[in-house]
Structure formats: structure tokens, C-alpha cells
Write a protein that binds this ligand. Structure first.
Ligand SMILES: Nc1ncnc2c1ncn2[C@@H]1O[C@H](COP(=O)(O)OP(=O)(O)OP(=O)(O)O)[C@@H](O)[C@H]1O
Ligand SMILES: [Mg+2]
Length: 366
């Protein structure tokens, strides 16, 4: 005997809608809301009670593209979508990119009842696209720089050799000895920069061994406490003891976190605080568009230093962009490269005058 279970199916549909990470909002032909799931309430900033029966214009406010999509779907009885151009503004939340699809809604008898709007949050996708673009730009720049670096290294060797000879010729004359010494030192500095540039361009083969992140971070903080002792900088570590070792290159990961923690220290003027937090991300991220989601370790480095303006944020990954006297401007570019080489994601959020939070997400296993 066939048993029909309308009750169960109905409950199941409600459960599915309630747990969906996408927003679902249905409208009748008079443009009034007939259904809104919890994510829809979050996206539009209205409770279910406020939204049901409210007009399209009230719930989507002045978001012209959404108005256009819903109205076109209703008037032309067809599906319509926009996956590129919508940035959703919800009161009290930062704007977020979304994709929207609107499709006609029919009753089981085939009668047109209205239309249903579905929205999907694209924040993570956009972050991923940006990270990939940055990595691409960097490897192109690195390849160019590598060619140039080869040409520069030879004459530099010549200059250094000549300066050393000069120092010998000058003997013990203390007045003049200083000059060749400065030359040698500066040549060595240029050499270091070139080495770093070459590393950016050449895909270096990674060592892949189990790495204890807590230990690396503890060691770096010990060192950096020394480096900032002329100011009042407090370090706060919240390291999750349950984090298992991750697979990666210990030297490169040390360089990564050293660069980031150094930047945090340098952003603080007289007194401030640097907070370092590690945890296993409850969400699974896709670190490459084609790969399966997997758990990630998140390391957050927050400072309450001078912060980075929106225009500056666009440039901090560009090699040689620096706002510091004596800075090389390669730190963040190197960090981006190390994180990409570990299939991770790097994110910078900042409020000028309030501070900066840098998040590194690394896959738990590779
Ligand atoms: N935590 C931060 N707070 C404020 N500004 C930052 C922070 N991190 C990076 N920046 C900005 O980004 C710029 C580029 O950083 P990057 O680490 O690439 O180079 P740098 O620190 O200037 O030089 P280097 O790393 O060679 O010492 C910095 O000059 C600074 O303006
Ligand atoms: Mg730096």
C-alpha cells in the first residue's frame, strides 16, 4: 500500500528552508511577501513577522537591481538572475556581494502564484578571487623581477669586491675606513632584497613536515617583545592547545608570522596591544575553486595600531610599497606568496585609527 506523507514532506521542506545558507523570499503577484526563511530575514534585515505581507519595495528598499529582477520575473513570468553586480546593504551589517536568482512560483495545480527570490552570499568567493588575482600578479611580477635581479647581482658582486679591496688599501686609516664599510653593508642589503625578490619569482619547493604553530608563534613573540621594548606593547596569546600540527615548511611559516607580527608592532606608536589567536575554523573553506572543502586552522593577528586606509589596503601586497623609513615593502608580498604556496588564504581587515586584523587560514592537512 502506498502511504502518502504530506505532513512529513511539509516538515522536511520547512527544515530545509530553515537551515539553508541561502536567502529565500517568496512574493505573490501583488508584490507582497508570502514566505521568508531565516537567512532571508538576515539578508534583508526584517523579522518574519515584519516581512510577511510587506511590500517588495519595503523589504528590498532602494536596491534597484533586486526590484528590477523581481518585477521582471513577475511581469514576464520567467527566471532571471544576476551573479555579478549586486551589493546588498543591510542595516547594521557591512555591505556584501550576493548573487540573486528569481523564478516564477507555481501551485501544484500549475497556477501562477508569484515569484521566489533566492540570494547567495558571495563574500567568500570574492575573497578567494582576490587572493588568486594577487597571487597571479605576484608571480608575474616575480618572474620579471627575477630576470632583472640576475643582471644586477653580477655588478653588485663587483662593487662589493672593489669596496673590500679599497678597505684593505686604506689600511688602518679610521677616517676613511668607514666609507668602504658602508658600501659593503649597503651592497649586502641590496643583495638580501634581490634574494627575497628571487624567492617571490621562483616557485621554491616547499618542505612539508609537521609544524607546531603554537611553538612558532611563542618563539616569535619572545623575540618581538625584545624588538618593541622601547614602547609599551602588550602581547596577548590565545593559542588553542588542541590544534594538531599542520603540514608545511617551518622556515617559511616562521617568516610569514614574523613579518605579520613585526608589522603589527611597527603599527603601534607608543603603547598598544597585539593579540594572536589560533583556532580550528568551524567552517570548511575551499582554498582552491576546484578543491573540496576542508577544515582550516585560522591564525588571527590583531593590533590596535594606526590601521590602514581603504586605498592603502589595495597596495600593501604590491612589492616595494612601504610607508616606513627603511622598509623594503616586500613583507606582505612575501606573506601572500608563502600563504598561497601552502594553499591557504590571507585576509586583511583594518579601520584607520583603530587597528588591523590579519587572518591566515591554512589547511589542516595537505
Ligand atoms: N598591521 C599593520 N598596520 C598598519 N599598516 C600596516 C600593517 N601591516 C602592513 N601595513 C602597511 O603595509 C605596508 C607594506 O607592508 P610590508 O610588510 O609589505 O612592508 P614594510 O613593513 O613597509 O617593509 P618590511 O616588511 O620590509 O619591513 C607597510 O609599510 C604599512 O604601511
Ligand atoms: Mg613589513
Amino acid at each position: 500500500m502506498r502511504v502518502s506523507k504530506p505532513q512529513g514532506n511539509c516538515q522536511l521542506s520547512i527544515n530545509v528552508l530553515d537551515n539553508l545558507e541561502d536567502a529565500v523570499v517568496a512574493f505573490d503577484q501583488q508584490e507582497k511577501v508570502t514566505l521568508i526563511n531565516p537567512m532571508g530575514q538576515n539578508f534583508l534585515g526584517f523579522s518574519e513577522k515584519q516581512a510577511i505581507g510587506a511590500s517588495l519595495e519595503k523589504v528590498v528598499r532602494k536596491q534597484e537591481t533586486l526590484l528590477y529582477l523581481v518585477r521582471t520575473s513577475l511581469s514576464e513570468t520567467r527566471s532571471i538572475a544576476d551573479h555579478e553586480n549586486i551589493v546588498l546593504h543591510t542595516t547594521g551589517l557591512p555591505p556584501r556581494p550576493v548573487s540573486a536568482t528569481v523564478s516564477p512560483l507555481y501551485s501544484p495545480e500549475g497556477k501562477l502564484e508569484g515569484t521566489v527570490l533566492m540570494m547567495h552570499d558571495l563574500t567568500r568567493v570574492r575573497e578567494l578571487e582576490e587572493a588568486i588575482q594577487r597571487a597571479d600578479r605576484l608571480s608575474m611580477l616575480g618572474t620579471l623581477a627575477a630576470g632583472l635581479a640576475h643582471e644586477i647581482k653580477n655588478p653588485l658582486g663587483g662593487i662589493k669586491g672593489a669596496a673590500q679591496l679599497l678597505a684593505m688599501e686604506l689600511g688602518e686609516n679610521p677616517d676613511l675606513q668607514e666609507y668602504p664599510q658602508v658600501m659593503v653593508r649597503e651592497v649586502e642589503r641590496v643583495n638580501t632584497i634581490i634574494e627575497e625578490l628571487l624567492n617571490l619569482g621562483n616557485p621554491r619547493s616547499l618542505e612539508r613536515v609537521p609544524v607546531n604553530l603554537s611553538q612558532i608563534l611563542n618563539d616569535i613573540v619572545l623575540l618581538q617583545q625584545e624588538a618593541v621594548h622601547d614602547r609599551e606593547v602588550r602581547f596577548q596569546l590565545h593559542l588553542d592547545p588542541s590544534i594538531p600540527p599542520i603540514v608545511g615548511d617551518p622556515d617559511l611559516l616562521t617568516q610569514l608570522f614574523l613579518n605579520l607580527i613585526k608589522n603589527a608592532g611597527e603599527a603601534i606608536d607608543q603603547h598598544g596591544q597585539i593579540e594572536i589567536t589560533t583556532r580550528v575554523s568551524s567552517e570548511s573553506h575551499r582554498n582552491k575553486p576546484s578543491s573540496r572543502p576542508q577544515p582550516m586552522i585560522r591564525v588571527e593577528i590583531s593590533d590596535n595600531g594606526k590601521g590602514i586606509s581603504a586605498e592603502e589596503q589595495e597596495r600593501i601586497f604590491t612589492p616595494f610599497y612601504t610607508t616606513k623609513r627603511g622598509g623594503s615593502g616586500l613583507g606582505m608580498a612575501i606573506c601572500q606568496k608563502i600563504v598561497s604556496d601552502h594553499d591557504g588564504l590571507l585576509k586583511v581587515e583594518s579601520q584607520p585609527g583603530q587597528g588591523t586584523q590579519v587572518t591566515v587560514a591554512l589547511p589542516l592537512s595537505t
